[in-house]
Design a protein around this ligand. Structure first.
Ligand code: PLP
Length: 391
């Protein structure tokens, strides 16, 4: 992996005051290939897709169909019609939560370390007579104890708090043996390692394009075709129907029936360009690179007495280092690093429930991606040495 060459593709990394950008779990930077592809839409064919029959509209339809195919290939879906474009992971989860034909008393099982996106929809679902149970993150034995009678397991793949992962291979197998379906939140895994929906045999999968070099506000929901066919429609209106009368309508085919209203065409096309870029660099190399950076920062933090969240072994924490400096407010740590042009995230990372349960007031978090360098990590270590002295 040629990092120097990769960095040339990211306009912001070539500015005079290029940031040391370690907030990739929130949002990644965008390569010029993605920006150009989106500009191509706005400059050359800024029209509607799938509706009109003029030259520009047909180009939009052609490009968005190509984009859907590209995303389907990236996740190894059997059929591009199993790919539904969304705004983000949150919307994908809400779509599933609001579209399954639930029976009163159905049980949804999540882990105890879920992003609010995969917690709040299930708390709200209790108002509709559904039950929500919780197992301990990555604890297969606890999972086995709780799986009986569950209708849907909805779990995070890789945690945005500490980078550790649920043993999803095992959990999906056990869920299926118990007749439960599985919805996988791949927001923090899909950008960094292969998420092969067929190999995993997962029923639904959601991810966010903006966490994988794609445009902001662009996501994906994958679903096995026979399960998508069983879903109710969630958002309805333009483009979700083939025909309507004053009191009835005929739903559109899948996936369009789940994509209401005029779509983010530039977003779809840009998202596809992002996964093309990731494929070209290679997810295996990206993952390996992030693990090296994680090991470097972990080593230094251990020497400085900084507490790291999650497993001790950095190999089990992907490209994420969640940490605390004694009782220091994590926002202060982030603000001090910001004065040195180092950008991290601080707070509860939308996983308030886990922090509250563990009586931790939050954490600072550095998260890496393919364009980060060992020199950047070294600079952060240097600044953290100064910050630790203020403790
Ligand atoms: C594990 C996880 N799930 C879900 C989300 C929500 O993603 P989005 O805001 O793109 O919907 C995030 C965002 O950080 C996340 O890290």
């Amino acid at each position: 992996m040629n990092i120097e060459k990769i960095r040339k593709d990211f306009p912001i990394l070539n500015e005079k005051k290029a940031p040391i950008y370690f907030d990739n779990a929130c949002m990644t930077l965008k390569p010029v290939q993605v920006i150009n592809k989106m500009n191509e839409y706005y400059e050359q064919y800024p029209a509607c897709g799938g509706r009109s029959h003029h030259r520009l509209a047909e180009k939009v339809t052609e490009e968005t169909m190509k984009a859907r195919k590209e995303i389907a290939n990236f996740f190894n879906a059997k059929n591009e019609r199993e790919i539904i474009f969304t705004r983000n992971t949150t919307e994908g989860i809400n779509l599933v939560a609001n579209s399954i034909r639930w029976n009163k008393g159905d049980i949804i099982l999540t882990s105890d370390k879920e992003h609010n996106s995969n917690l709040i929809p299930w708390i709200v679902a209790k108002n509709r007579g559904l039950r929500h149970e919780i197992f301990k993150f990555n604890d297969v034995e606890d999972f086995k104890k709780k799986i009986k009678g569950v209708r849907l397991v909805s779990i995070v793949h890789t945690s945005n708090v500490d980078g550790s992962s649920n043993n999803v291979h095992e959990m999906i197998k056990i869920a299926h043996e118990n007749n439960a379906s599985v919805l996988l939140d791949a927001a923090q895994s899909a950008p960094h390692k292969s998420v092969d929906v067929r190999k995993l045999d997962v029923d639904f999968m959601v991810a966010s394009g903006h966490k994988m070099l794609g445009p902001s506000g662009m996501g994906v929901l994958y679903g096995k075709m026979h399960l998508l066919e069983e879903l109710n429609q969630f958002l309805v209106g333009g483009d979700t129907v083939k025909n309507s009368h004053y009191h009835t309508f005929e739903p559109e085919d899948i996936p369009e029936r789940f994509e209401a209203g005029l779509q983010n065409y530039a977003g779809m096309i840009g998202f596809a360009e992002a996964v093309r870029y990731l494929k070209k660099v290679g997810l295996k190399d990206i993952e390996e690179h992030e693990l090296k950076l994680n090991a470097q920062l972990t080593d230094a933090f251990n020497n400085l007495g900084i507490t790291i969240l999650g497993p001790k072994d950095p190999k089990l924490r992907s490209g994420v280092v969640g940490f605390n400096v004694g009782q220091m407010n994590p926002h202060d740590v982030a603000l001090m690093l910001n004065t040195h042009n180092i950008m991290i995230r601080s707070g509860m990372h939308c996983v308030h429930s886990w922090f509250n349960a563990h009586k931790i007031n939050g954490s600072a978090r550095a998260s890496f991606y393919l364009y980060n360098t060992s020199e950047e990590v070294e600079e952060m270590i240097k600044r953290m040495r100064e910050i630790v002295k203020l403790r």
